[in-house]
Design a protein around this ligand. Sequence first.
Ligand code: CP
Length: 316
Amino acid sequence: MNYISIQNIDNLSQWVQDALKIKANPLKNKKLGKHKTLGMLFFNPSLRTRLSTQKAALNLGMNVMVMNFTNEGWTLEFEDGAIMSQGASEHIKEAAEVVSQYCDIIAIRAFAGLVEKEKDNAEIVLSGFLKHATVPIVNMEGCTGHPLQSLADAITMEEFKTPHRPKVVLTWAPHPKALPQAVANSFVEMMQLQDADFVITHPEGYELNPEITKDSKIEHDQDKAFENADFIYAKNWSNYIEYGQITNADTNWTITAEKMALTNNAKFMHCLPVRRNVIVADEVIDSENSIVIQQANNRTYAAQLVLEKILKKVYK
Ligand code: CP
């Protein structure tokens, strides 16, 4: 069993309920992972994913090894048949098999390079480990998805659920650096499994991969999208069509109190880290309606649920 994408969730509402049970008693299965090791390989920085996944593993009694691959590991080659006379020192074939001997589960973070769309869509790091590792793989944010984040988002939305069918809006917001589409993609995929009025709003030209958005509603007028919304999920992503480019920096898309006033007293969500007063105004993120800290807390229980499922399915 691997956890690579939202598609690996067989029953989202059941997973959310299971995660809430873990949250109520996080040490219930503190011996489940005894003598098992989680290896966490980071090809990019992290705060929440690193600490929450580590905490989840510790709650299950696992040992944890963390490696920042970009500055501590050998540069990896991923191409079959490559003549390795240039930069890369080690092939994924050996690296993945070797790490599999030390770890019972391997978790990997490897962001999109945002230069070659096809290469990013191929998820060469995750795919390389999936192909050559001999233990389960967990995606801690790849090029195209961040399913641990979206599972935590689903848990958080359940905790703040409305008595009526909610309106949920994923809104693009400006950012000075080119960011991947991974968080937005997984949020869309997770929302497609929910009974909600789901709307994506972004400037024209900022469409996400249509193979992911499918028939999800898209509204280019942010104010209109915000009307009567119960949840506002803000996220920047760089242009998917003009791949990896920033083609819009319109500060009118920043989430302000004025924008939030258009909603049905909506909760404000963001995966963090967030650039204050660029993505979201202080007055919004510091308001009572902001649930970003609760979202970050739920990363632990999302990760713990995934690790528990793998331990029970693969190692029991
Ligand atoms: N939301 C999230 O994945 O945070 P980090 O990048 O800090 O892990």
